[in-house]
Write a protein that binds this ligand. Sequence first.
Ligand SMILES: [Mn+2]
Length: 330
Amino acid sequence: MRDLSAETIKVQELLAKSKRILITMSSPDGDSIGSSLALKLILEQNDKNADIVCSFDLGGRFNQYSGSDSIIVADIGRIDYTIYDAVFTLDAGHLSRLVRPELYPNGFNFPKSIEVVNIDHHASNDNFGTINVNVMDAPCTAQVMNTLFQGKYEMDSYMATLMYFSIVYDTGNFRFNVTQDLFDFASTCAKNGANTEEVINDYYNNRSILQTKYEAVLLSRLEQNGNYIFTKAYHADIEKYGMDVGMYLSATATIARDYMSSFKDADFGWVVSERKNDVVKVEMRGKIEETPILEITNSLGGGGHKKACGAKVFNKTLEEVQDYILKYLQ
Ligand SMILES: [Mn+2]
């Protein structure tokens, strides 16, 4: 990972004049939750008060995650910022990723008076912070944060477990972005008592049979066209297969993560899914960097990484979004 000492100095200067800090994140996933809970503890070790506020429901899997009850679920556009000295955002490439899009059709911005530290690893990060700590080749936000606070905190076993969770989640258990730095960081987590077995049991050995049966339906809908594949998920499937919304969302994410970059005869693929309120989600994955998936999701108003990215599209049908992508690829 590149040297972050200049950013560390800026953040330490900001902390020296700050007492109370707001931590917020993009839609909850293993990396954003693991790193935000760990950051709260890092700031508390540095005698700061820190609140974590997330604009999105945590979803079944993360609701039960140890420590997640300290995350306040509330719209961060409706917070009294006068009580905070700084905001830290985690794992978010754009300001729009921090709020529910349907509530902010004209975009979201923090009050001009507040300092915003943007800690992230997305290639599409647009440096919206007053201090930006974006390392786009880092495997997870937790690792960027650990480097930023190197020597400024003690990693206990709980924090080590949280950060190991971020690693396992964002690398697909050491499948993506595997670097020497990643092993060093994972080794640091293990040395400091990360409960690696608990993380794997929480994250992988935790499947729902009903959801897995629906994942088989999504796989049965796979279509191949040249060097890419795709599948479609419809909102009506929720009722048809007796799922709840959480299972449906988790199923599309699982299929994208576990299958869309794992075929010997396809370089990339995507899951396109209907969401509530006329929103269509595209989750794209690539086996190699040289595919157009990040370009496509950027052009749809989304973004992410070269090999893993997505977009939420408003006021279009699933078939319209699908046609747009197919035309893009012609
Ligand atoms: Mn991440």
